[in-house]
Design a protein around this ligand. Structure first.
Ligand SMILES: [Zn+2]
Length: 152
């Protein structure tokens, strides 16, 4: 019996180790999608504000260098989130626009939740919302949405 428990403990531990190893590639993938979401969000905002999306403005908005922005634009293009027309004009594809809208919706709901329910100041709420929006689950987001609808 004891031996069985011991074995069980070991196998549990091994399982955890295995899971731990598996988390590395997952984490990297999440980081990539996190940053592409950030780009899409900024592009959507720039398009609304200026009518055009220029890489200079993206760099300014995110505080990133122009080479990093160019690299990200290349990735977004291969993933078909954006279309780049001649003369460098950037346009969001339907896929990119849908994703950007989803992130903006999360951004607004989370900001509302943090300011109205948790009474955080607007700046902090805005900042934190912009980080949470990329990692929060669909279930939590739905619950927050429902909570706001019924309580405010
Ligand atoms: Zn945001």
């Amino acid at each position: 019996m004891l031996c069985f428990i011991k074995n069980n403990l070991i196998s549990n531990k091994k399982l955890k180790e295995k899971r731990g190893q598996k988390q590395y590639p997952l984490k990297n993938k999440m980081k990539n999608s996190e940053s592409s979401e950030m780009y899409l969000e900024v592009m959507y905002k720039l398009e609304e504000r200026n009518g055009v999306i220029r890489s200079v403005d993206i760099a300014k908005e995110l505080g990133y260098s122009k080479p990093s922005v160019s690299r990200a634009i290349g990735l977004l293009k291969t993933e078909e989130y954006i279309l780049q027309e001649p003369y460098g004009k950037i346009v969001l594809s339907k896929k990119g626009r849908d994703k950007a809208k989803m992130i903006m919706e999360r951004h607004n709901l989370l900001t509302e939740f943090l300011t109205k329910c948790l009474k955080l100041n607007a700046n902090l709420a805005e900042q934190d919302a912009c980080r949470i929006e990329h990692i929060v689950s669909i279930e939590t987001m739905d619950a927050i949405k429902k909570y706001l609808e019924t309580n405010h």
